[in-house]
Write a protein that binds this ligand. Structure first.
Ligand code: F6R
Length: 265
């Protein structure tokens, strides 16, 4: 696991978007795994800016989102399909037929989950998977005690996740209690993973996820088993890490980050 610490959340978003853009330039038919949530909003805003400024081409790109709420139609303003349209897809030249989220209205949960796994496999697997982290330590909606090798399935949300996300709904009771989510095993199959976290409220869980023991109680600790995971944090989210000096030094010294250091000044 590689940990990158930036002075503020703007630099986190800029750096993350630059790495995503380079991934797409290197492989125009990139298969991207996408996350929703507040943290990703500024990353997508940066990506849209890069697309407009440099004509970054998404026409051959395929995307798979991590999750979708059970019981919300695509057109519901709180569905993750609506989120993705609003924050990314409507502003770039992606073919909407190449963008995938689980169908929150599917009646046969098992069949929908298997179908999603099959679609990812048919696309050749995920090249770059983006992740946020919930207060419960979830990645996707893999709540505590999700099996570390779990696959896409329907999952009951914890009280902490419901408290985290219900303010986004007109009334808290409208927040669904279940979601489809890629499993931890599905996520770990990606070639490269980037987890983004900003703000003091993520510091405690980031310290556990990055430097704590691997445990099914905190899904994000499974990323320690992945050979190519980068965690990008602002100083606030990194404030509970014991190795933060080493992580800062690493970003200053490692040649592969040099060009990004200049671009985010
Ligand atoms: C969203 C998702 C979640 C979020 C996490 C952080 O698709 O899979 O794991 O990434 O809950 O959300 P924010 O960024 O709103 O704190």
């Amino acid at each position: 696991m590689e940990v990158i610490v930036q002075t503020n959340d703007k630099k986190v978003a800029r750096l993350t978007a630059l790495v995503m853009a380079d991934g797409l330039r290197e492989k125009p038919n990139l298969v991207l795994g996408l996350a929703t949530g507040r943290t990703m909003e500024s990353v997508y805003a940066e990506l849209v800016r890069i697309h407009k400024e440099t004509e970054l081409d998404f026409s051959a790109c395929t995307t798979f989102n991590l999750d979708e709420y059970v019981g919300l139609v695509e057109s519901d303003p709180n569905s993750y399909r609506s989120y993705m349209n609003k924050h990314l897809f409507e502003h770039i030249n992606i073919d909407i037929a190449n963008t995938h989220l689980p169908d929150g209205m599917a009646e046969d949960y098992r069949a929908e989950a298997q179908n999603y796994e099959d679609l990812i496999a048919e696309a050749g697997g995920i090249d770059l998977q983006m992740l946020g982290i919930g207060r419960s330590g979830h990645i996707g909606f893999n709540e505590p005690l999700s099996a570390l090798f779990s696959r896409t399935r329907e999952k009951a949300l914890t009280r902490s996740t419901i408290e985290q996300n219900s303010p986004l709904f007109d009334s808290p009771e409208q927040m669904p209690t279940h979601a489809f989510t890629m499993g931890i095993g599905t996520i770990l199959d990606a070639n490269r993973i980037m987890l983004i976290a900003t703000g003091h409220e993520k510091a405690r869980i980031i310290a556990k996820a990055v430097e704590g023991p691997v445990t099914a109680m905190i899904s994000a600790t499974a990323l320690q088993l992945h050979p190519a995971t980068t965690v990008i944090l602002d100083e606030a989210a990194a404030s509970g890490l014991e190795g933060v000096d080493y992580y800062r030094w690493f970003f200053r010294k490692e040649p592969e980050w040099q060009k990004y250091r200049k671009e985010i000044q």
